[in-house]
Design a protein around this ligand. Structure first.
Ligand SMILES: [Zn+2]
Length: 106
């Protein structure tokens, strides 16, 4: 961490730590050295938050943003209904299998 003596720098408190502009610059320089600086991007939903996309499928700053993004998709309700139908048929299948297993034990 860089000393946060310069009051002209932008600073933010995260939990009990103060993160300054200089800290962010140092972190970005370290990421650039490791070749990971291109993984720093903005959230696809809110576009306010920055995130480190350690994996290619990381696009959102939070679960709330991920849900909000997918809710905007035109096929959201149809996809959700299909997933629920598949889930319920799986539960019914499990119930039938459990019932058969219980009857065999008798
Ligand atoms: Zn977000």
């Amino acid at each position: 961490m860089v000393p946060d003596d310069n009051q002209d720098w932008f600073q933010i408190k995260i939990d009990d730590q103060t993160v300054s502009e200089a800290d962010v610059v140092m972190a970005l320089m370290r990421l650039n050295l490791t070749g990971d600086v291109t993984k720093v991007c903005r959230c696809d939903n809110c576009e306010d938050c920055w995130l480190f996309a350690a994996k290619k499928n990381y696009h959102f700053c939070s679960a709330k943003c991920r849900e909000a993004f997918y809710k905007k998709a035109p096929d959201y309700h149809a996809r959700k209904a299909a997933n629920q139908k598949k889930y319920r048929s799986g539960l019914k299948r499990m119930d039938v299998n459990n019932l058969k297993a219980a009857q065999k034990r008798k």
